[in-house]
Ligand binder design. Structure first.
Ligand code: HNI
Length: 142
């Protein structure tokens, strides 16, 4: 799976908007994840997962920084996120299904925050980009 030129352009232009509020977008994404798919909370027994939690905010910022790294290295996401891929596969052992759930929550957050920009093309480009990102983070399982 690879991104077309139009999809890349779309992702870069959306990222310039997302990056201005990446922390709060990350936090909303995680809040949606934990509320809508409570089974995902089992990976965070050491976190305070209440709404507005400082730990969730910090974690959301970290997740979005990694998404930003992937945007900046769109031609080599695998290389850019190699360490993170090992962490999720070998140490955290996050079941790959959860990446689809997180990606979905990020898409919903983007749609809610950027209703005008979130056209079908933007939806599709980000869905594809997040699928590539998720496959990189889960590829070490194989
Ligand atoms: Ni994920 C830690 C990025 C999906 C559970 N995760 C991180 C860190 C980043 C990150 C960055 C911090 C690493 C560090 O401190 O060195 N995670 C991402 C990204 C995605 C993702 C970009 C998908 C797009 N992680 C998931 C999913 C789950 C998940 C789907 C489980 C539901 N991640 C974790 C857990 C930690 C983690 C658990 C450790 C948290 C901590 O601080 O203890």
């Amino acid at each position: 799976m690879s991104l077309t030129k139009a999809e890349r352009t779309n992702i870069l232009s959306m990222w310039s908007k997302i990056s201005m509020q990446a922390g709060s977008i990350g936090m909303e994404t995680l809040e949606r994840l934990f509320i809508t798919y409570p089974q995902t909370k089992t990976y965070f027994p050491h976190f305070d997962l209440q709404q507005g939690s400082a730990q969730v905010r910090t974690h959301g910022t970290k997740v979005m920084a990694a998404v930003g790294d992937a945007v900046k290295h769109m031609d080599d996401i695998s290389g850019a996120l190699a360490k993170l891929s090992e962490l999720h596969a070998y140490i955290l052992r996050v079941d790959p299904v959860n990446f689809k759930l997180l990606s979905h929550c990020l898409l919903v957050t983007l749609a809610a925050r950027f209703p005008t920009d979130f056209t079908a093309e933007t939806h599709s480009a980000w869905d594809k980009f997040l699928a590539i990102l998720s496959s990189v983070l889960t590829e070490k399982y194989r």
